[in-house]
Design a protein around this ligand. Structure first.
Ligand code: G6Q
Length: 547
């Protein structure tokens, strides 16, 4: 494919960027009272307001033209049809099949994948109901009170994020914990106080070879066996979620207790598969399926809505506008919802692991920016920390504000306070404060002379800082499913425009290989000398200090 930067729409966007250089959003709003109506979309009860962006109708139409020139529709269709769009790994990308609640056949090499998807969903239902009802017994006949998921990256972040997000729906008699870090502190702290007789471990690993997960799983098995002293206990206290039945059996887990998924599910897209088992254990299978339903509705929207009414397409294109035409290389995710505490981390992986690539689909180096740095944390905490840079710093950081109109609780004014901050921040970022406004406020306080000039300059906010607002009725399982799917497809859109493979992760694979090599070097008495001088010195210094 032609490099996107060579396409007519890209060139036109470069020119248009110049036209937009002096345009301030406050003037765009003042000149057009219909701006919100023009630049907002709704999907069921979810509002996507993108009017506070540095765009005009022309910007959008050029971005849509870019999507067309990059053959976005054909690329979307190829994913849904089961084409092997993950070219480096020669795999299809079918997380959309996992939540295909319509059950229409999705063919992979001529075979419908839906019977397998439904079979595993049925197995998850039977198992989660047995555990949640207390019918599933540990090795001494007691019911399960604690579930510990052991996994990392895509086998951890999603279920961790969703279990937290759906806390109001969690059955308090079954606590769900997560261990991911190979740092023993993670395991020791999590298992402290748990009773092995009532603890169930879910070992979540697509490959079942990941160093961190395997080390944690082995230590968890030792912890169990040390206390119950019955090797048969593993069958009652360990289940596996994996694509690798051989390795699962080698570890000693009965493959009857293995929840399967497939190589066409990428790790960071796997919460919809059995990797979501801890979610289903925490909130029940009906709610897990409601989350699938919410995602499926967005899949249908993404697949069928015209670009100008397609929320993930617009989200993706706006990201391209800032990343490639304003050199905005960071992007903030700001949920005004404590239950979405882990959403920024989750989307950080989803986005940065998918689009952090510098070769295109044909293996050529790219000469344009791909993928911003994603960061964020729940509002209002961030307002008292990094928002300063977003308001007055030299970097342009577009952001998404996310909130529910209804809280799960009803504690006085808290929710109104939260939402007033959510709305106020988007307004302040957009409007800013002019020097004149700052000066007049200071004059009213009696400040004069040079001090007035200095202070007014410091209190000036240029504004014109873009944000999207996503507002929905309540954070239900269904809404959460929709929200996550919106971001997955946004990432897809950007990968499609940048002509990169959003579905491999060679950087992760490299880390996995390198750690194994260094682990060998840490083992013996000999000094390391096969690396660069810094790496050798770190290894040798560690060996000297550990005694
Ligand atoms: C996700 C990545 C990566 C992966 C972890 C765990 O897309 O591939 O985060 O999920 O490295 O891998 P396993 O599930 O194989 O243990």
């Amino acid at each position: 494919m032609t490099q996107p930067t060579q396409l007519p729409a890209w060139r036109a966007l470069e020119k248009h960027r110049q036209e937009m250089a002096g345009v301030h959003m406050r003037d765009l709003f003042a000149a057009d009272h219909q701006r919100f109506e023009r630049f907002s979309l709704t999907f069921n009860d979810l509002l996507f307001d993108f009017s506070k962006n540095r765009i005009t109708e022309k910007t959008l139409s050029l971005l849509e033209q870019l999507a067309e020139e990059c053959k976005l529709s054909a690329k979307i269709e190829a994913m849904f049809r089961g084409a092997r769009i993950n070219v480096t790994e020669n795999r299809a990308v079918l997380h959309i099949a996992l939540r295909n609640r319509s059950n229409r056949p999705i063919l992979l090499d001529g075979d419908d994948v839906m019977p397998d998807v439904n079979r595993v969903l049925g197995m998850m239902r039977r198992f989660t109901e047995a555990v949640r009802s207390g019918r599933w017994k540990g090795c001494t006949g007691r019911s399960i009170t604690d579930v510990v998921n052991i996994g990392i990256g895509g086998s951890d972040l999603g279920s961790r994020m969703v279990v937290k997000a759906l806390s109001p729906y969690v059955d308090p008699s079954l606590r769900v914990h997560f261990i991911s870090n190979v740092d023993e502190a993670d395991l020791v702290q999590t298992l402290f106080g748990l009773d092995p007789e009532t603890t169930l471990f879910c070992i979540a690993s697509k490959t079942f070879t990941t160093l961190e997960t395997m080390a944690n799983a082995k230590s968890a098995r030792e912890w169990l066996l040390h206390q119950v002293r019955d090797p048969g206990a593993v069958a009652k206290h360990f289940v596996a979620i994996s694509t690798n039945s051989e390795k699962v059996a080698d570890f000693g887990i009965d493959t009857a207790n293995m929840f399967e998924f497939w190589d066409w599910v990428g790790g960071r897209y796997s919460i919809w598969a059995a990797i979501g088992l801890p979610i289903a254990l925490a909130v029940g299978m009906d709610r897990f399926e409601a989350m699938l339903e919410g995602a499926h509705r967005i899949d249908e929207h993404f697949r069928t809505a015209p670009f100008h009414r397609n929320i993930p397409v617009i989200m993706g294109l706006l990201g391209i506008w800032y990343d490639n035409f304003f050199a905005a290389d960071a992007y903030a995710i700001l949920p005004y919802d404590q239950y979405l505490e882990h959403l920024p981390d989750y989307l950080q992986q989803g986005d940065m692991e998918s689009n952090g690539k510098t070769v295109d689909l044909e293996g050529h180096p790219v000469n344009y920016s791909t993928g911003p740095i994603i960061f964020g944390q729940p509002g209002t905490n961030g307002q008292h920390a990094f928002y300063q840079l977003m308001h007055q710093g030299s970097a342009l950081i577009p952001c998404d504000f996310i909130a529910a109109a209804q809280s799960h609780h009803n504690l006085g004014e808290h929710h109104e306070l939260l939402i007033s901050n959510f709305i106020a921040q988007t307004e302040a970022l957009m409007l800013g404060k002019t020097f004149e406004e700052a000066k007049s406020e200071l004059e009213k306080e009696g400040v004069t002379g040079e001090r007035l000039q200095e202070l007014a300059a410091a209190k000036t906010f240029r504004g014109n800082r873009p944000s999207n607002s996503i507002l929905y009725r309540k954070l239900t399982p269904e809404t959460l499913g929709s929200l996550i799917a919106l971001y997955e497809h946004k990432i897809f859109v950007q990968g499609a425009i940048w002509n990169i493979n959003s579905f491999d992760q060679m950087g992760v694979e490299l880390g996995k290989q390198l750690a194994k090599k260094i682990l060998n070097d840490l083992g013996g008495e000999d000094l390391a000398h096969s690396h660069d001088s810094s790496t050798n010195a770190l290894i040798n210094r560690y060996k000297a200090l550990r005694i």
